[in-house]
Design a protein around this ligand. Structure first.
Ligand code: OGA
Ligand code: NI
Length: 343
């Protein structure tokens, strides 16, 4: 497990393999407060302001591809416990983590621990991050294969996965209402699969040289992210400028993936984002990806298509997108190109 950054002791400098070429480095990292991601209060959806809130969500998804939600119904204690359990996992002795390590022949597909990215062996530059990937589909079965240390892992993360799934369904229903699709449109196969990815970014001796995650868009439908409460790291591209997503107490960050952009026929945007590292503090984030099942048909939804908005994308199976996407990481508009209709 010596490839995991969290297994290194006393890192004094960034090894060459982690240094990005000069033109791709983050450079001076600032978290300017001049612009910020819209914050949506989900409590308002229970009142007569429901339609107003839906319009706010759509506007944020259109202009930023990102929003933060508060009063979302997930218990604060559960969010804190989940973050604590994951952070603790990374501090366990090697023997407690080894069975999940990706290079262990006895690893299981429901929980995998690996450095940088799934492309470690072939990537030009490694990322300053360790990952813990928990499959949550189907949840009851997945849980049986998750770690048993820290002791409350299965209980806490299982409850968290179930609650975030409910929140995701609720947000998808609100987005669906705003787009004019029928109730339940996103609820079936389009969001059938969910996965929790814990991104763990240990302190980095020089954050200007490397990334936790470089600029990318998420390939899935939507992502719900829990951030560490006191370390900044996530940045979103807005009008050519990287803006920071401040950790707000008890909030979740929600962003649109490529599939939402396609289904909404470019009304909602899958926007580039990245995570930079911090020189003093470790940062942990927990991304819950909502993904279509492999055989789901993805296409612009009927209600968003009209004479002025003809379909931009053709219909395809999600697995076709994925197999193409996996060969195109790093090219930002690349993944969408083959699925566009000729104009
Ligand atoms: C991701 C991601 C950002 C973060 O996992 O896709 O964008 O803040 N993570 O860790
Ligand atoms: Ni992402």
């Amino acid at each position: 497990m010596e490839k995991l950054i969290s297994s290194w002791n006393n890192v004094q400098f960034v090894p060459e393999k982690y240094i990005f070429p000069p033109e791709k480095r983050p450079g001076n990292i600032t978290f300017s407060a001049s612009k910020s991601i819209p914050v949506i209060d989900l409590a308002e959806t229970a009142s007569k302001d429901r339609d107003v809130t839906i319009q706010k969500i759509l506007k944020a998804a259109q202009e930023y591809g990102f929003l933060q939600v508060i009063n979302h119904g997930v218990e604060e204690d559960l969010m804190n416990d989940t973050m604590r359990v994951f952070k603790e996992f990374f501090t366990l002795p090697e023997e407690d983590k080894a069975s999940f390590y990706i290079e262990n022949p006895k690893k299981n597909k429901y929980c995998m621990l690996y450095p940088s990215s799934m492309l470690y062996a072939t990537e030009d530059v490694h990322l300053w991050r360790d990952n813990l990937l928990n499959s949550c589909h189907p949840l009851e079965e997945s849980i049986q294969h998750w770690p048993e240390k820290p002791t409350r892992y299965r209980e806490v993360v299982g409850a968290y996965a179930a609650e975030v799934k409910k929140l995701g369904s609720r947000i998808l229903e609100l987005i669906g209402e705003g787009l004019g699709v029928e109730s339940g449109y996103f609820g079936g196969k389009l969001s059938e699969v969910s996965t929790l990815l814990v991104n763990h970014y240990p302190p980095c001796p020089d954050p200007s040289l490397t990334f936790g995650v470089p600029a990318h868009c998420d390939p899935n439908l939507i992502t719900i992210l829990l951030q560490d409460s006191d370390v900044c790291g996530l940045q979103v591209l807005k009008d050519g400028e990287w803006i920071g997503v401040d950790p707000l107490p008890n909030a979740f960050v929600v962003n649109m993936g490529y599939q939402m952009q396609i289904i909404s026929n470019n009304k909602l945007k899958s926007v580039e984002h990245r995570a930079v590292t911090n020189s003093r503090k470790a940062r942990t984030s927990v991304a819950c990806f909502f993904l279509p099942s492999d055989d789901s048909i993805i296409e612009p939804a009927r209600p968003v298509i009209n004479a002025r908005n003809p379909p931009i994308y053709k219909a395809f199976k999600y697995k076709e997108f994925l197999s193409h996407f996996l060969t195109k990481t790093g090219e930002l508009d690349g993944p969408l190109q083959p699925f566009k209709l000729q104009s």
